[in-house]
Every structure is written in structure tokens, then in C-alpha cells.
Design a protein around this ligand. Sequence first.
Ligand SMILES: [Zn+2]
Ligand SMILES: [Zn+2]
Length: 102
Amino acid sequence: MICPKCQQENPESARFCGRCHMTLRFTCPACQHVQSHGNQCDRCGVDFAKYISMLQFQMESDARRERETRRARQNIIRQALLLPVTGGWSLLRSIKSNLRGE
Ligand SMILES: [Zn+2]
Ligand SMILES: [Zn+2]
């Protein structure tokens, strides 16, 4: 494989040019197809840069969702801790009124 940048002859299996370290082989992030350019996948047509930024966006929104789930869980815990004060009191009152037959 000849390096497109410096014309150095490289073994077919080389991932990088031995002379200028230019990337000679790109692996598709979607289908793992290996090819000599990093623009668009020859097999599945995925745009490498777009796909990678989409993956990053997905990871970010996953992290955001996880944060929100954690916050919601903390709210439930807080409410459970406050239950003896708020819910417990009204529960006690409703039991009392039930006993009185109201
Ligand atoms: Zn080179
Ligand atoms: Zn692909």
C-alpha cells in the first residue's frame, strides 16, 4: 500500500505509514469494515465523522439521563425520610379518626 501523503511503500496490513504515520486504514465505527480512507464507509455508507459525533451525543444524553434518574431516586429517598414527619402524621390522624368512627 502506497502512502497517499509521502508515497512511501507500506505492507498491505499496515494501519499507519511507516514514514509519516499517516493513517492508511480506517475502521468503520458502525460495521468494522476496514478501508483506506476515513470519509464514508464503502460497505454501509456511514459517514465516519457524523457517526462518531452521533455516538458522542448519545453518550452525553445517556449520562444526562443517568443523572436525572439518580436525582429522581434521591427525591424518593428524601420523601421516604420525610414520611414519618409528613405522611406519618396525616396517617396517624386518619387512623385516629377511623378509631373514633368519623
Ligand atoms: Zn507516509
Ligand atoms: Zn460501515
